[in-house]
Each structure stands twice: as structure tokens, then as C-alpha cells.
Design a protein around this ligand. Structure first.
Ligand code: TXA
Ligand code: MG
Length: 337
């Protein structure tokens, strides 16, 4: 198939791809998504095929406006509306009870569904014009780092999707926060663009699922099925070094062997002269770390590196999402200083 390149002007063409049951690459503020009509089981099946995604991993539905929640969700708690008012459109996915109209193909048979209203005008306009919710996982081949540019998504999906809308680089750079509102207290299943601290400002108590901070063994069932899979992984093995930035950089420099690559803060690039380095921003700039982490991981697939060392930010604020993605890329192979 010849994948058409669309621009942010092409709302009608994008909506036509969705309405016809096709696959459309969509920009969002978090990462690019692989979208299809979320009410059409055949279109949804095509998403799984294009990504090579395990069948037991449910998809989230994207809507253009919070008022669409009632179409697909039942027993919506008041907290969902409070969160929508504060964070939508934006990088928050809420897990709610689903209505029967949502196909099993989307939810992998669960009685809940993830709902998200993205902060990206062209994508909301396409969904509204198509008149159906858009099921969309991140636009990578299953297991690879999520794409934050149209070019990165095409590396994985060129020829496998009908079209992609190029909306430029994603502003946030890591996927949405996933919050399970069917649990009491609400439970963070995946850290993302909306921070745990921000959620607690609105909700008070929020628990953190164990899968966020540690490796799940093969016989465990995390609440977000996707959290059990090895993820975000470049081809070379990754080791995360956490701790005070200067000490972590010095540790990596001391243990570096010829052929190794490094992901580090801009402040320490000069320690690693002569080896492949990806800088993800100044040590104190969490937004920059989030924007650059997936490109850094992807970049190593085009470079020869035997092993990759990565500096890890503080797990506070947006840093919780960045450390989670790095730790998963490393299979939780972490050196704590
Ligand atoms: O930012 C994002 O959320 C991006 C953009 C494209 O919107 N989408 C995204 O989708 O990251 P995906 O499929 O790559 O990740 C969704 C995660 C998976 O780990 C999945 O298991 C979990 O959400 N999930 C989906 N539905 C769920 C449900 N009903 N209950 C628990 N977890 C669910
Ligand atoms: Mg994904």
C-alpha cells in the first residue's frame, strides 16, 4: 500500500480514511497514534496487524470533546468530569466502565475502556468530522519506542497504513497518563504528560500501580495489560544509571567501553567525546527530557552501539514518566548510585 502524506489542512481526507475503515497516522501532543474507527471491529483488527500487537492488549478511544464520554462509558463518576475540566484536551487517559457499543476488539474483552481527548486541533477535527471515536495505540511497531515525529512513525509504518497527517514534532513526547477511575482510590497505571502531583491536586489520594516502578514477572497480570510487555527498546541492551546527575555521568564515563553509546543530559556531553551520544536536554529541564527520550532511543537503531548507558532524571513530576520509559527500555536493568 502507498501511504499518503497529509498535512494539517487535510481534515476531510483524514476523516475519509477513518470513515472508510482505513488506518491513519495521527499527530497528538504526546506521541503519534495509529488510528482507526473504534466502532468497527475490522478496522480495529487492522491496527493490531499493522503493529504486530498482542491481542490481549486493549486500545484507547480518542474523542474530540468531553461530551462524547457518555456515548461510550457507563457509571461515569463525578471525578471524571472534574479531571476532564482540568486536563482535557490533554495527555490524560481515563479508564471507565464501557457501554456495549464499544467492541470487544478495542477493550480485549475487558469491561472497561480507556478514553482520551487529545490536545491536538487537527486530530480532534478529524475525529469530529468522521463522527466516530478513533481507537489509537502509539504508532510504533509493537515493542519499539513510540514515534514523536511523522518520519519516526513512517520508519515503522510506511506501506502499512493508508495515510499519515504530519503535525510536526509532539509537544509532550511521552504517552498520556493512564488513570483507572474504576479503582478506589483512583490508580495510576502509566505515568505520562499529566503528573501524579497534578492528579493528587484534583483527587487527593491516587495509588500507583506496581507495574509503574518494577518489572512484572511473567505470571503476573498488571492492570494495564500493555505494561507487562518489553517496550520502548532499541536493539542494543540499555543500562539505566540513576542518582545525582554529576555522579551518574561520572559512573558511566568510568565504565564505558569502546562501542558503547550514551544517553545523557546536555551538561555532560563532553565526558563522552568520541562515542555515540544522544543528549536529551539540560539536567534540570524535565520537559526537554520527555520531548527527546524516544528519539534518543530510536537514534541508536541507526548507530552502531553494543550497549547503551542512560542517565535517568529524578522520578518526580514529568520525570516519573521519563524514568518509567527508560527503565522499561532497560528491562529494569538499573544501577542506583
Ligand atoms: O498518549 C497516548 O496515550 C497515545 C496516543 C496515540 O494517544 N496512545 C497510546 O496507546 O499510548 P497505547 O496503546 O500505546 O498504550 C495504551 C495503554 C496500553 O498499555 C494498554 O494496555 C492500556 O493503555 N489500556 C488500554 N485500555 C485499557 C483498559 N481498559 N484498562 C487498562 N489499561 C488499558
Ligand atoms: Mg504504545
Amino acid at each position: 500500500m502507498n501511504t499518503k502524506r497529509l498535512t494539517t489542512e487535510d481534515v476531510t481526507q483524514g476523516a475519509a480514511v477513518i470513515a472508510a475503515g482505513g488506518l491513519l497516522g495521527i499527530p497528538t501532543e504526546t506521541v503519534y497514534g495509529l488510528g482507526a474507527n473504534g466502532l468497527d471491529p475490522n478496522a480495529v483488527a487492522a491496527i493490531f496487524a499493522a503493529k504486530g500487537r498482542p491481542q490481549d492488549n486493549p486500545l484507547i478511544l480518542h474523542i474530540p470533546d468531553p461530551s462524547w464520554l457518555e456515548r461510550y462509558c457507563a457509571d461515569i463518576p463525578a471525578t471524571a468530569y472534574a479531571l476532564a475540566r482540568r486536563f482535557w484536551p490533554g495527555p490524560l487517559t481515563m479508564i471507565l466502565r464501557r457501554k456495549a457499543i464499544v467492541p470487544d476488539a478495542v477493550t480485549a474483552g475487558l469491561d472497561t475502556v480507556g478514553m482520551r481527548c487529545p490536545d491536538c486541533a487537527v486530530t480532534r477535527a478529524i475525529i469530529a468530522a468522521a463522527g466516530v471515536p478513533v481507537a489509537a495505540p502509539s504508532g510504533n511497531t509493537s515493542g519499539r519506542p513510540s514515534p514523536t515525529t511523522a518520519e519516526a512513525m513512517l520508519e515503522d509504518m510506511d506501506g502499512k497504513i493508508d495515510a499519515i497527517v504530519d503535525g510536526g514534532p509532539c509537544a509532550v513526547g511521552v504517552e498520556s497518563t493512564i488513570l483507572d477511575l474504576t479503582a478506589a482510590p483512583p490508580r495510576l497505571l502509566r505515568p505520562g504528560g499529566v503528573t501524579l502531583e497534578q492528579l493528587r491536586e484534583v483527587l487527593g489520594e491516587v495509588s500507583v500501580d506496581e507495574a509503574v516502578t518494577r518489572l512484572m514477572s511473567t505470571n503476573e497480570q498488571p492492570r494495564a495489560p500493555g505494561m507487562k510487555y518489553r517496550h520502548y527498546a532499541p536493539k542494543a541492551p540499555v543500562t539505566v544509571v540513576s542518582g545525582e546527575p554529576e555522579a551518574a555521568a561520572q559512573y558511566i564515563a568510568a565504565h564505558l567501553e569502546p562501542g558503547d553509546g550514551v544517553i545523557c543530559f546536555n551538561d555532560y556531553v563532553n565526558l563522552f567525546e568520541g562515542c555515540p551520544v544522544e543528549a536529551i536536554g539540560p539536567a534540570d529541564d524535565q520537559e526537554s527530557h520527555a520531548q527527546h527520550i524516544f528519539e534518543a532511543l530510536r537514534a541508536f537503531d541507526h548507530k552502531d552501539a553494543t550497549r547503551i548507558w542512560a542517565q535517568s532524571p529524578d522520578p518526580t513530576g514529568l520525570g516519573l514518566a521519563v524514568t518509567n520509559r527508560l527503565n522499561k527500555a532497560a528491562g529494569f536493568h538499573i544501577i542506583k548510585l
